[in-house]
Design a protein around this ligand. Structure first.
Ligand code: NAD
Length: 469
């Protein structure tokens, strides 16, 4: 019998009458039954978070920091348990850049964020008076997360909110709610009741995410997901003038300059594109390669990719798992099928059993082919040949997205010059997607509003109050 999970509201486990099934993408088996909340449950969670805010926000900075450090320790203690649950519901393997790696990231971000602070700044102190800038918490923060990195993204949202004195209601994706529920249960072992609450819903008749975006007592939404849903969040958040951080879709380009050593960059190119099976916001989703090294880059990339073991993520030998859900699988299949008529399939191309789709590499595509133009969010990488670097930059920038990008070259100064012309929030040189807790991360254009991580990310969970005396 699959376990029935409960919401966490005001420090209590709260069951719902209705539940929905969460399935293992590797096997189709039911991993657990998740609570299918109604909007009244959301109201109860927001009320609990608002009540907890009264005391949590008044705690000293040292006490809040100490509590965040206790949360970090709890995450480390339960790391393997959470990794197993992530693999079961998300599909990514335990090993490789899989769920244990995700838990390592969650721990690193929690620890680093706990150590940050936003002390009062004196802007002026002279005969004409004193001016102080204070950072104040907002109140209840609503966190809405996607299914690709369920625990790590939950930590990215919740830890800076808590560290700055806010309380939280989190709503995970209906595809991966169980690891978030368990994470919030664990956090509640050390946090006061109501500081972190979790409500899950199936995105059916009553959308909890939509309810959060318009809720009058939620003061900020931090949302990670698709551009389409992000636009809806922004529209309904406008009515209550909510603060927002939106981390949305990406269609990151990688540009390979003619001076690279193709054998040396093959592994980095592969993981740039195929991390988490390509289901990563800042994965490399289009690769532009100079004609001088085009054939060799394709050859070495395929040679590396064809040896990656694919299978059920619970097996210790597996490095890539299935696509997470049927909708995403269909999208990848459709884009790959369309690309077959336009380009040359160098690897993969045919779906496997169930939700398994092998790493697929399609060469000789053009910028307006669908696999290049659209965010595939799956294990399929299009390669485009170019002759002049300015054309490659122009093609890379021809997108409504602007999350990340990368430049591959032995000449770092030349690579930085190309990087500066790319319209995106992060550019990596000779790697792709390597985010870190001390560097702000966010998208330009339609890839989002605001940043996460570092001091700049922390500031987004506060309002400024200036005191003139
Ligand atoms: P999605 O937009 O379908 O869902 C994201 C979340 O929004 C889920 O929890 C969902 O239940 C909720 N939701 C659904 N309808 C809503 C509504 N009307 N109002 C508010 N919330 C609602 O995205 P997804 O398929 O889960 O994730 C994939 C997308 O997320 C990709 O486009 C990817 O690029 C993006 N992503 C971005 C980042 C980043 O940091 N920029 C990180 C991870 C994923």
């Amino acid at each position: 019998m699959a376990k029935t999970y409960a919401m966490v509201i005001g420090g209590q486990s709260v069951e719902t009458k209705e539940t929905f099934e969460v399935k293992n993408p590797s096997t189709g088996e039911i991993v657990g039954l998740a609570p299918n909340a109604k909007l009244v449950d959301l109201d109860a969670a927001v009320a609990a978070a608002a009540a907890a805010f009264e005391t949590w926000s008044q705690k000293s900075d040292e006490d809040i920091q100490a509590a965040c450090e206790e949360v970090t320790a709890k995450i480390a203690e339960h790391s393997e348990e959470l990794a197993q649950l992530i693999t079961l519901e998300q599909g990514k393997p335990l090993n490789g850049l899989g769920s244990r790696w995700e838990m390592g990231g969650a721990g690193a971000w929690a620890g680093y964020t706990s150590g940050l602070s936003l002390p009062m700044k004196v802007l002026q102190d002279n005969n004409e008076g004193q001016v102080e800038l204070h950072r104040k918490p907002l109140g209840v923060v609503g966190s809405i997360t996607p299914w690709n990195f369920p625990v790590m993204i939950a930590i990215w949202h919740m830890m800076p909110a808590l560290r700055t004195g806010n309380t939280v209601v989190i709503k995970p994706s209906p595809y991966t709610p169980l690891s978030t529920i368990r994470l919030v249960e664990i956090m509640n072992e050390v946090l006061p009741a109501g500081v972190v609450n979790c409500v899950t819903g199936s995105d059916g008749a009553e959308s909890i995410g939509a309810g959060m975006s318009s809720h009058p007592d939620i003061k900020k939404i931090v949302f990670t997901g698709s551009i389409g849903t992000g636009e809806k969040v922004a529209r309904s958040a406008a009515e209550t003038m909510k603060r927002m951080t939106l981390e949305l879709g990406g269609n990151d380009a990688g540009i390979v300059l003619p001076d690279v050593d193709p054998a040396q960059i093959a592994e980095g190119l592969f993981w740039g594109g195929f991390i988490n099976n390509g289901q990563t916001c800042a994965a490399m989703k289009r690769l532009y390669v100079h004609e001088d090294v085009y054939d060799e880059v394709c050859e070495h990339l395929v040679a590396f990719a064809k040896n990656i073991p694919l299978g059920d993520g619970m097996s210790e030998d597996v490095i890539l798992g299935p696509v997470q859900n049927q909708m995403q699988f269909n999208k990848v299949k459709e884009l790959v099928d369309a690309a077959k008529d336009k380009g040359r399939v160098l690897l993969g191309g045919e779906p496997g059993e169930g939700l398994f789709f092998p790493p697929t590499i399609v060469a000789d595509l053009e910028n307006d082919d669908a696999l290049v133009r659209e965010e595939q969010f799956g294990p399929a990488l299009p390669i485009i040949k170019y002759s002049h670097v300015d054309d490659a930059i122009a093609q890379a920038n021809q997108s409504e997205n602007g999350l990340g990008g990368s430049v591959w070259s032995q000449d770092i100064e030349k690579a930085k010059e190309v990087a500066s012309k790319m319209q995106c929030g992060s550019v990596w040189i000779n790697k792709h997607g390597a985010i870190q807790p001390n560097a702000p991360f966010g998208g330009v254009k339609k890839s989002g509003i605001g940043v996460e991580f570092g001091e700049e990310g922390l500031q987004e969970y506060t309002d400024i109050q200036v005191i003139f005396s």
